[in-house]
Design a protein around this ligand. Structure first.
Ligand SMILES: *[C@@H]1O[C@H](CO)[C@@H](O)[C@H](O)[C@H]1NC(C)=O
Ligand SMILES: *[C@@H]1O[C@H](CO)[C@@H](O)[C@H](O)[C@H]1NC(C)=O
Ligand SMILES: *[C@@H]1O[C@H](CO)[C@@H](O)[C@H](O)[C@H]1NC(C)=O
Ligand SMILES: CC(=O)N[C@H]1CO[C@H](CO)[C@@H](O)[C@@H]1O
Length: 478
């Protein structure tokens, strides 16, 4: 008799669950969640590193990182990020206090998820529409007379501010408060008058105190356009700056000499000390250095994980003998993003594991936190960030590491090969374990060093090379 009633109750519960917690549903195709790591190029990492620090902080306070990670694993995410002032100045202090009280965590979560849409809404697909947010309710995109697009009551002041393969961030000028949160707040205040608004009224024109003129809102920039600032003014930005898009063939405005930049950083490595082997390889592989220079000239950014000399000396001849092997090794150490020690450390601390793309496509380097530092790679072959920020100029960042990294599927063979080679040399006498290879590297390195750096360094290189040969001959003789 009461069986059907139970069925209905169950169904209602199910519906309520589906409506209230779409974000919590694990997506079967959630690649990021399955792999247990988030891509460093993810829109989520970009948000946390962006200048939208207030909303980023609230995402963490609301304990939503995992929910959002899962959401971005299965779908693109569109983030409507309120500018910091919207959460600092333009918000009722009582409302902010309410949000930060632990017992109101649910309201805070709903508020934050209300700014995320689980699909990609680029500015070119802005026509008026209603979108369902991760909080389960709806927001309305519309067009205002002033030319701004609006999302509910907020103006979209920075459309396409950050574009990533898995999502997009639009900057908006005020907080989006879902009705349910507004009601929770009013209930808490024991006010029945719904008309009290959590967000202070806006609309009073802002006056710039220096010029005594009205402040103009930021000009709208079309999708994919380069940063408004000239490139020289934009130098030394933080990691939040999105890389400038590459100009099409022939359209490159070469304001910026990437080749000079590459030379600078190689010289910095040499002066820094302990990274000569790596510098030498880069110098020898002129095509590689040229390619890096070209990329940087065209607005791309690079992070170089430079293994120190000690690590490079552990490489065996076998590992370097295949044609193209040195290039493959170097390409695996180049990340096409601008990352500093701080940005990488923050990312691994927040997400546990972060996957960085390398120029050796499609291979990635996995980083995680270990001992208060960043550790790259897995198991035996993992490397610590050893000398942070050796060179950082906003486009190229060089981070010293203490082991040469190999992709996971390669490393077992290589470690076996390395172990075999080690045994061989140990049997032959262990004084010169790695010298033969050093001679080889130096041989590679000296050739083009002259072209890139200076001749005194070239001579030193040749001397070093002869010494290595002597040792090499001795070890073969012994
Ligand atoms: C995200 O959007 C991009 C561009 O539309 C698309 O190529 C990509 O497959 C989407 N990713 C997911 C997980 O849907
Ligand atoms: C290897 O080096 C160790 C210490 O440096 C030494 O004790 C050992 O005798 C050496 N073995 C050979 C085969 O030379
Ligand atoms: C080392 O041996 C090679 C041939 O094996 C020889 O050409 C070279 O001159 C030798 N170098 C030194 C410094 O003895
Ligand atoms: C990749 C590359 O250009 N390697 C060169 C490094 O220098 C040696 C010695 O001059 C050349 O033989 C290699 O071709």
């Amino acid at each position: 008799m009461d069986l059907p009633v139970n069925g209905v109750v169950l169904l209602l519960h199910l519906i309520a669950f589906l409506l209230s917690a779409p974000a919590a549903l694990p997506s079967p195709s959630s690649s990021a969640a399955v792999a247990g790591q988030i891509n460093s190029n993810s829109v989520l990492v970009a948000l946390l590193d962006s200048h939208y620090t207030e909303i980023a902080e609230l995402v963490e306070k609301a304990l939503l990182l995992q929910t959002l990670e899962e959401a971005v694993g299965g779908n693109n995410l569109t983030v409507f990020a309120p500018r910091n002032d919207a959460l600092e100045r333009d918000i009722d202090p009582d409302f902010k206090r309410f949000l930060l009280e632990p017992r109101n965590l649910k309201s805070l979560q709903t508020l934050i998820l209300h700014h995320f849409v689980p699909s990609r809404i680029s500015s070119h697909s802005f026509p008026s529409a209603v979108h369902r947010t991760l909080a389960g309710d709806e927001i309305r995109l519309s067009h205002s007379q002033s030319g701004h697009h609006r999302i509910d009551l907020a103006a979209i002041v920075n459309p396409d501010f950050i574009l990533r393969p898995d999502g997009v961030i639009h900057g908006i000028d005020s907080l989006l408060v879902p009705r349910s949160v507004q009601e929770d707040f009013n209930r808490r205040r024991s006010l029945t008058d719904i008309s009290i608004s959590a967000v202070l009224p806006s609309g009073a024109p802002e006056v710039d105190p220096r010029t005594h003129r009205l402040k103009k809102s930021a000009p709208q920039s079309p999708a994919g356009s380069p940063p408004a600032l000239p490139i020289f003014d934009a130098l030394a930005p933080g990691p939040s700056l999105a890389p400038a898009p590459a100009p099409g063939p022939g359209s490159g405005k070469h304001w910026f000499d990437g080749h000079r930049q590459i030379k600078d950083f190689i010289q910095t490595l040499v002066l820094y000390g302990g990274y000569n082997e790596f510098a030498d390889i880069l110098v020898n592989l002129t095509s590689l250095a040229t390619e890096m220079g070209r990329l940087v000239s065209e607005g791309y950014v690079l992070t170089v994980l430079a293994p120190n000399d000690e690590a490079m000396l552990k490489l065996t001849a076998d590992q370097l003998s295949d044609p193209g092997a040195p290039e493959q090794i170097i390409y695996y150490h180049l990340i096409p993003e601008y990352q500093t020690e701080e940005s990488m450390y923050n990312a691994v601390r927040r997400f546990g594991k972060v996957g960085y793309d390398t120029l050796r496509l499609p291979l990635k380097i996995v980083a995680r936190e270990a001992d208060g530092s960043v550790k790259f790679g897995q198991g035996e072959g993992s490397a610590y960030l050893f000398d942070p920020d050796i060179y950082t100029d906003g486009r190229i960042s060089v981070q010293g590491i203490d082991t040469v990294l190999f992709p996971p599927e390669e490393s077992p063979d290589l470690t076996i090969a390395a172990a075999a080679a080690k045994k061989k040399t140990a049997a032959a006498g262990n004084a010169t374990v790695s010298k033969p290879r050093r001679g080889r590297l130096m041989e590679l390195g000296c050739h083009v060093l002259r072209a890139f750096v200076d001749s005194s360094r070239f001579n030193a290189c040749q001397l070093e090379q002869q010494r290595a040969q002597v040792l090499n001959n001795e070890s073969i003789a012994g």
